[in-house]
Ligand binder design. Structure first.
Ligand code: CAA
Length: 260
């Protein structure tokens, strides 16, 4: 399947999705959203695929934000009536239960930072720069920045980023807990694909439930989250892959997973 704004490649059991509007620093317009919704749905539905990596084309940007040129003349009533930006959470984040990683190369600003934060985790190149500069355009984050950034780095740094619109480099992003790893740019894709391949090699139901469990921590109380965690653990004990995983450990051999 070919798309107008993204490239999609299957690398064994990992799907690599590349934002491909380098002339606009991979700015996110409505076509990018439509293409990503389609690509993530195909990834989700494909039983051969266990993890995805999302990156940006070129060395300069993961994505420099929502497309300002698409938004500049749009009437406010249309933003509201279309519930502009809603599809990112409903059709990309919530619809994708399998794990995926953002490999951030260069600028991840505004919607670009917000898209990276929709991933299960972020691996960044040393030249990556994160920011929520919307305030400088007279607006504010609209794809989750005020909420996901605050949960990722805490109130003080999120306020600093949103109110000053400054950029955070990769080292600060790693110190702050926004990204899980930082690597040289020329190793970024290898590192992200290696991590994705390791995840895709895990028992699939356990991978989905581990993802779901961590996400529940952002939505609920500690007590309710701990109950959910135990229930999911208990459900996993009924799977064939649990029997295989524990037998493989005892027999000192790699497990062979069925996703059942
Ligand atoms: N939307 C549309 N086009 C963009 C864009 C964006 N967010 N960011 C960059 N571009 C385009 C530029 O207009 C330029 O196109 P032209 O050659 O046709 O003029 C091209 O990409 C290259 O950009 P620059 O010439 O500006 O490159 P630079 O190296 O001088 O600067 C930059 C890089 C600092 C990232 C700068 O491009 C920039 O500040 N971009 C905008 C960042 C921003 O404000 N993002 C937030 C957008 S609003 C948002 O995302 C709302 C939300 O919450 C979802």
């Amino acid at each position: 399947m070919s798309y107008e704004t993204i490239l999609v490649e299957k690398k064994d059991n990992v799907t690599l999705i590349t934002l491909n509007r380098p002339q606009a620093l991979n700015a996110l317009n409505s076509q990018v959203l439509a293409d990503l919704i389609d690509a993530f749905a195909a990834f989700e539905a494909d039983a051969t695929q266990g993890c995805a990596v999302l990156t940006g084309s070129g060395e300069k940007a993961f994505a420099a934000g929502a497309d300002i040129k698409e938004m500049s003349d749009k009437p406010s009533a249309e933003f509201y009536s279309q519930d502009f930006f809603a599809g990112w959470t409903s059709h990309v984040v919530k619809a994708t239960r399998k794990p995926w990683i953002a490999a951030v190369n260069g600028f991840a600003l505004g919607g670009g930072c917000e898209l990276a934060m929709m991933a299960d985790f972020i691996i960044a190149s040393e030249n990556a720069k994160f920011g929520q500069p919307e305030i400088k355009l007279g607006v504010a984050p609209g794809m989750g920045g005020s909420q996901r950034l605050t949960r990722a780095v805490g109130k003080s740094k999120a306020m600093d980023m949103c109110l000053t619109g400054r950029m955070m480099d990769a080292a600060e992003a790693e110190r702050s807990g926004l990204v899980s790893r930082v690597v040289p740019l020329d190793q970024l894709l290898d590192e992200a694909l290696k991590a994705a391949s390791a995840i895709a090699g895990m028992p699939p139901l356990a991978a989905m439930m581990n993802k779901e469990m961590v996400n529940i921590a952002f939505e609920t109380t500690l007590d309710a989250g701990l109950v959910m965690e135990r229930r999911m653990f208990q459900v996993l004990t009924a799977t064939e892959d649990k029997a295989e995983g524990m037998a493989a450990f005892v027999e000192k051999r790699p497990g062979v997973w069925k996703g059942k």
